[in-house]
Design a protein. Structure first.
Length: 479
């Protein structure tokens, strides 16, 4: 997703070196697993197994159990709850190898994610329609409806969410023309930690539906997937362990999938992403690579899979994903600036009006003071005149009351003016803060972000407004 990783293209080489140093265990594990490749043996494909949805998941060797987004819709029904805007995609996959073993198939799919709120609970609905052709053998059709929660349970470890998929399956034997239909159920969960790490667990085809067609007898394997993902500003690491039950007359199979993704940002020409994956299994192993290009709300993906055992037939995948409702950053920034200008203009007018009223009250207080002094002098002269003493005292009391009211009104206006000034500072801080966020989303380096945060904090530190979010952000950037 766009908002999750930010950086600059100039520092990408150094970042990659640091990344490899920090993740030595991950890369050593991948190299160690290569030793098991020569022991692989051939196995037939199974119906409705856990193949990649499209090009991104294929490029990551289908290690998407703990990766949030559209690619996990068929792998972990709990991993797409974080999508808060409607998005859809079309996917094509041509491959000669699956986790079960050798296979020659073509897969066509369309998918969509729709955020929904039920009983004050946020979540996301997922829809998938897939057609898979195994030339000369079978045709598979899948209609899937799913739902994933969002921020359901907050624990000390992180946020826990759950999801489920209901699938309508159609299976056809091409040679005999026989067909059958059934249903399947997937369930999953995902634990999101605060530092960008996630752990996912899913169970696919838990009812293990079977299909008895002449001359093919097959069933959808029961699949258990456990995954881990580390999502940073510019890169993503993932690893999955998969266990599939026996099907098509074969024993259960295992595989270890891992993937790596890196973002290459440009100034105005969108975002390029490269990815690589490695799938190691007792029946099938492959090396996967891919890339994508994102501009505004659309992103196009391509990847290929190179089998590492037996016959080398390269598989290809292509996907197009559109995120509806995603706004253009420049137009949104322009709208915010116009809104900020309007707020500032209103505040200036309120301050001018308050200053005018304050000046009028000050003049009135001066006039009342002069009048009070004259009345006191007059009262002194009229003390001897008893018939006028009471009237002068009442008049003096009225003037003193007016003076007190005027003083109270002046005090109120001064407080209002101070509050207006604080509001103006708050709006100025909000404007500077929004500008910082845009810089951050635009991929500004950390040094620039530190400088901007330092200027904001020094400017508003003693202004009497709340700048805690800038202080916390500076601590995060420094760390």
């Amino acid at each position: 997703m766009i908002g999750r990783r930010q950086g600059s293209p100039d520092s990408s080489g150094m970042d990659l070196v640091k990344l490899m140093k920090k993740n030595k265990i991950f890369f050593l594990l991948m190299c160690f697993c290569l030793l098991a490749l020569f022991e692989a043996h051939q196995s037939a494909f199974a119906a409705f197994e856990d193949i990649a949805l499209g090009a991104r998941s294929e490029g990551l060797a289908n290690s998407v159990t703990a990766i949030e987004g559209l690619d996990s819709i068929a792998i972990n029904p709990a991993a797409f709850g974080g999508v808060r805007k409607f998005m859809s995609g079309t996917h094509f996959l041509s491959s000669y190898r699956t986790g079960q073993g050798d296979a020659d198939f073509r897969s066509y799919a369309i998918s969509a994610l729709v955020p929904k709120t039920f009983h004050s609970r946020n979540g996301t609905m997922g829809f998938l329609a897939r057609y898979r052709l195994n030339p000369g053998f079978t045709q598979e059709k899948t209609i899937q409806f799913g739902y994933s929660t969002w921020q359901l349970l907050r624990t000390e470890k992180g946020v826990l969410d759950f999801g489920a998929n209901f699938k309508i399956l159609g299976f056809t034997a091409i040679q005999s023309g026989d067909s059958a239909s059934s249903f399947a159920l997937d369930i999953g969960s995902i634990l999101r930690f605060s530092d960008g790490k996630t752990v996912g667990l899913s169970f696919l085809n838990i009812n293990n539906p079977a299909f008895d067609l002449a001359p093919i007898k097959d069933k959808a394997p029961f699949i258990t997937r456990m995954g881990y993902c580390e999502d940073r500003e510019d890169y993503l690491l993932s690893i999955d362990f998969v266990k599939r039950s026996g099907s098509s007359g074969s024993d259960s199979t295992y595989s270890l999938n891992s993937g790596y993704e890196y973002l290459w940002r440009t100034y105005k020409n969108g975002i390029f992403t490269t990815r690589a994956g490695l799938s190691l299994g007792d029946n099938s192993s492959s090396l996967n690579m891919g890339m994508s290009y994102k501009l505004a709300a659309a992103e196009i993906f391509y990847s290929f899979a190179l089998p590492l055992t037996r016959t080398i037939n390269v598989g290809h995948a292509l996907s197009l994903v559109i995120r509806f409702g995603a706004r253009d950053i420049e137009s949104e920034y322009e709208r915010l600036i116009k809104q900020e200008i309007k707020y500032r203009k209103d505040l200036m007018e309120a301050l001018d009006e308050s200053a005018k009223r304050e000046m009028i009250l000050k003049n009135e207080l001066n006039a009342l003071k002069e009048e009070t002094d004259d009345l006191k002098k007059q009262l002194d002269r009229e003390i001897k005149k008893t018939n006028k003493t009471s009237e002068s005292k009442k008049k003096l009391e009225n003037i003193i009351n007016r003076q007190k009211k005027a003083a109270m009104e002046l005090e109120r206006l001064e407080k209002e003016r101070r509050q207006n000034k604080l509001n103006q500072l708050n709006f100025q801080f909000s404007y500077d803060w929004q500008s910082y966020l845009k810089l951050k989303m635009g991929g500004a380096p950390k040094d620039v972000l530190k400088g901007v945060l330092g200027r904001i904090i020094s400017q508003y530190q003693d202004a009497g407004i709340d700048i805690s979010q800038a202080t916390l952000e500076l601590q995060k950037v420094i760390e």
